[in-house]
Design a protein around this ligand. Structure first.
Ligand SMILES: Cc1cc2nc3c(=O)[nH]c(=O)nc-3n(C[C@H](O)[C@H](O)[C@H](O)COP(=O)(O)OP(=O)(O)OC[C@H]3O[C@@H](n4cnc5c(N)ncnc54)[C@H](O)[C@@H]3O)c2cc1C
Ligand code: FES
Length: 284
């Protein structure tokens, strides 16, 4: 594994809670040292389907919250959308079942050394890593404005206890069934102007991240984006998760979102390449 995953372990993680909340399952796992070493933005890769399953690829999930305390020792929380075969299998498991888990994996969000005015933007289950981040930013004296968007009200994940970690919370839905009618990118400019935001943190679909980057460019803001590209191995071996990234030398290289990310400098990602390798990329 790369140095970025130096704290990662493989463990048999026991499910100690599994609750359906709206379109998602909030799941808690007992996880040995992962609870202590995980940072906001890291993810875990879980083996699905049981030992004789044909589903050979692990599934990646952002860590929603992590703790090294509690009656079950270290634990992590995930927010899982039962979507395809693997995530449906995972969310159907009963309490005390164990799953094979590797983590914490990938890069984490950078935390400002001085109190800063931050704005956190999540789309769908992309809100998952933002609540743990909000808690840390709040303890560092930062202003934390959060914007969560989804297609409809049931797909917003905004738990009551999570709202305590933010200065303000704005909800948007595509169909207008909760909060403002529209997308997170519609609400963002006004919030940035009102709160004089300095840093944007985001997690969600690629199109949302691209829209946020163009807003960050317009206002000259730092944008740390968690890029959740489809991942097969999750540990840097297979190259299925690559996105074009422009380095400080101006050269574009295909970079692995599983180990060079998922948290990346939004201004470095060549967002408009839409699944193609841009002209002039290193190695072409
Ligand atoms: C970093 C990261 C964090 C995530 N966090 C969350 C989260 O917090 N909550 C949540 O609900 N979901 C999260 N996801 C999405 C989650 O991993 C997928 O929903 C899940 O893998 C789908 O699995 P499935 O079995 O339900 O669906 P299926 O469709 O059965 O899964 C197919 C499998 O094939 C892989 N795959 C599909 N297309 C490609 C491709 N083009 N290249 C390589 N592999 C491919 C998928 O990654 C998956 O492993 C995250 C994904 C990433 C990358
Ligand atoms: S998922 Fe295999 S290299 Fe990133």
């Amino acid at each position: 594994m790369s140095a970025i995953n130096a704290r990662a372990i493989q463990t048999s993680a026991e499910i100690i809670s599994n609750k359906k909340i709206g379109a998602y399952h909030h799941m808690v796992f007992a996880v040995d040292s992962i609870g202590a070493t995980a940072r906001p933005g890291n993810f875990v890769a879980i083996s699905v389907g049981g030992p004789s399953s044909s589903m050979i690829l692990r599934r990646a999930f952002a860590i929603y919250r992590a703790s090294d305390k509690g009656s079950a020792g270290g634990h992590i929380e995930l927010v899982v959308a039962p979507h395809g075969q693997g995530s449906k299998w995972l969310t159907s498991l009963p309490l005390h079942e164990k799953v094979d888990m590797v983590g914490p994996l990938g890069t984490s969000f950078g935390i400002p050394t001085q109190p800063a005015r931050t704005i956190l933007v999540g789309g769908g289950y992309g809100s998952a890593p933002l609540f743990g981040l909000a808690e840390i930013l709040k303890t560092r004296g930062c202003r934390v404005d959060m914007v969560l968007g989804a297609s409809s009200a049931g797909k917003i994940y905004a738990p009551l206890d999570g709202k305590r970690s933010v200065t303000s919370m704005t909800i948007t839905t595509d169909d207008g069934s909760a909060g403002l009618h529209g997308r997170v990118s519609d609400a963002l400019p006004k919030l940035i102007e009102e709160n004089d935001s300095e840093i944007i943190y985001s997690c969600g679909p690629m199109a949302m991240l691209e829209a946020i980057q163009s807003i960050a460019d317009r206002y000259g803001l730092v944008h740390q984006a968690s890029v959740e590209e489809s991942m097969a191995c999750g540990i840097g071996v297979c190259m299925t998760c690559v996105v074009p990234l422009r380095g400080d030398d101006g050269i574009v290289r295909m970079s692995r979102t599983c180990i060079d990310g998922p948290v990346m400098d939004g201004s470095s990602v060549v967002w408009n390449s839409k699944g193609i390798i841009p002209e002039g990329t290193w190695g072409l």
